[in-house]
Design a protein around this ligand. Structure first.
Ligand code: 5AD
Length: 493
């Protein structure tokens, strides 16, 4: 039995992949530790979307090399950077043992055990014995299907597809994740049913371009896309309260999906809707295949059917050739939509992508200026949107103790806003009504509205019980990455 430390960089797909790896390791008798210092095995599940993410993982792996001075330690890079850099990683990190790509997560446990056995033998750290597996694997999209839930977990990610066929000129994902492949609807529904049986009440369906789910495998039925058919099938699972999905592309976000928000009450009122730029010239150079006007038209269509829809987005500043005028168009569009939140990324050159070779790269100083300017606007809108909740009652699914103050509870609204409140153990894992009393930039604060005053008064609050509820006992597994962080960090790329 080995103690295994897993750290995840990047998106929810990566978190989900790490969870699958952790589950397989636990099944084979190993222990997942949140403490790197006691690890026999260090696995970094990496992100390649920007250079910064790669540098962080490389730096961390370099630093953790010191652990092997005390005992034999197995080191592995998994996921996107492993896929894109492959064998060359051994040159950068001499103590590395494993490089396992995005279609081979199901092999990690076996590779770890091989490496552990070898380390126990005489020829430690011999590069000839390192393992690289970045091959394609048919049906690998179906291998991310098991969960390792903590005791009172109520939300879970479900990976419904892999890969991306869009050719956004800035993006490395098609190279790291391969082409689009989707899992069958019944397999996904079975997974959701199993999750609900284990106490999960909210699922987030994950895909690189989630709304294009199944377009190569399954036909439209009565004008409904495979993705909408999947939403309907998941919606029919008894005991499930909420469905989210991320991330869609404006292309393929058609009427059937817009209407699903109306016809499927479990589908919550939040859409993460990557914009990337508000300038048509830049959108064309990015190969995004929509215009600012088309994006806005979609936003209006969505809001016409679901007026309370929370909208968040991704925006890149400093894409090659972006002029001040282009940037002003982005700001104008952000102001027109009034996003609830946005992730702002400074453009980062990625290997083998067309934009990396474009001649008119934007200087770092200008990228930084535009980043700050846009963040100020985004933060301003986030505050305005949040302030609108003060005095209102919202439905919150309580996820557990707040990270910043474990004596308080936290949950999310249907619109994905974090709500922190003084609660009691009876509120854990429950759908509650919370009256919002105040708001900061990215967090709402409030108090539970008693459903029945008798019950509320009759059962004493037990704060110590709350603090002992260990949500996230897996340490880093499933708990890192830019999309599920504590609110204070949001927007700080
Ligand atoms: N540089 C900066 N940001 C990028 N993203 C993807 N590729 C790059 C890049 N090369 C951003 C996009 C995407 C999000 C996940 O990451 O905004 O939606």
């Amino acid at each position: 039995m080995a103690k295994i430390y897993i750290k995840t960089y990047g998106c929810q797909m990566n978190e989900r992949d790490s969870e699958q790896v952790a589950r397989m390791l636990v099944e084979r008798g190993h222990l997942i530790t949140p403490h790197e210092n006691e690890a026999d095995v260090v696995l970094l599940n990496t992100c390649s979307v920007r250079d910064l993410a790669e540098q962080k993982a490389l730096g961390k792996m370099g630093m953790l090399g010191a652990l092997s001075r005390q005992r034999p330690v197995v080191y592995g890079f998994l996921g996107c950077m492993a896929q894109s850099r492959g064998e060359s990683l051994f040159k950068e990190i001499p103590h590395l043992d494993l490089v396992v790509g995005t279609q081979k997560f199901h092999r990690v446990a076996e590779y770890v055990e091989n490496a552990l056995a070898r380390k126990a033998g005489p020829r430690m750290d011999d590069v000839r014995f390192s393992i690289v597996d970045v091959e394609e694997e048919p049906d690998s999209q179906g291998s991310i299907r098991d969960h390792l839930l903590s005791e009172r977990q109520v939300t879970a990610f479900v990976s419904i597809m892999q890969g991306c066929n869009m050719r956004c000129t800035f993006c490395i994902v098609p190279f790291t994740r391969g082409h689009e492949r989707s899992r069958p609807i019944d397999q996904i529904v079975d997974e959701v049913k199993r999750l609900v049986d284990r106490g999960i009440r909210e699922v987030t369906l994950l895909g690189q371009i989630v709304n294009l789910y199944g377009r190569h495998e399954f036909p439209k039925v009565d004008g409904r896309s495979p993705f909408v058919q999947l939403l309907e099938a998941v919606h029919a699972v008894d005991g499930l309260d909420r469905i989210r999905f991320t991330s869609p592309h404006p292309i393929g976000f058609r009427k059937d999906l817009v209407e699903a928000f109306h016809s499927l009450p479990k589908l919550v009122e939040h859409v993460h809707f990557p914009l990337q730029s508000g300038s048509d010239r830049i959108l064309r150079a990015m190969h995004r295949t929509y215009t600012a006007e088309k994006y806005l038209k979609l936003v209006d269509e969505i809001r016409a059917i679901t007026p309370e829809m929370a909208m968040t987005t991704d925006i890149i500043v400093g894409f090659p050739g972006e002029t001040d005028e282009d940037f002003q168009s982005t700001k104008a569009l952000v102001d027109r939509v009034g996003f609830d939140n946005a992730f702002v990324f400074k453009y980062s050159k990625r290997k083998d992508t067309p934009a990396a070779g474009m001649l008119d790269q934007v200087p770092d100083r200008i990228k930084e200026e535009r980043n700050q300017e846009l963040l100020a606007l985004v933060n301003d809108w986030a505050r305005r949107r949040n302030a609108g909740f003060i005095g209102r009652e919202v439905e919150v699914l309580c996820e557990g103790p707040s990270k910043t103050n474990p004596a308080r509870l936290m949950g999310r609204t249907r619109g994905n806003k974090i709500v922190v409140f003084e609660g009691a153990s009876r509120h854990l894992c429950q759908l509650l009504n919370i009256r919002i009393t105040h708001a900061s930039g990215y967090t709402l604060y409030g108090e539970p509205v008693p459903v029945d005053a008798g019950t509320a008064l009759g059962r004493p609050d037990n704060v110590s019980d709350i603090a002992s509820c260990q949500v996230g006992s897996l340490g880093d597994v499933g708990k890192t990455g830019p999309y599920r962080r504590e609110p204070t960090e949001i927007g700080n790329k």
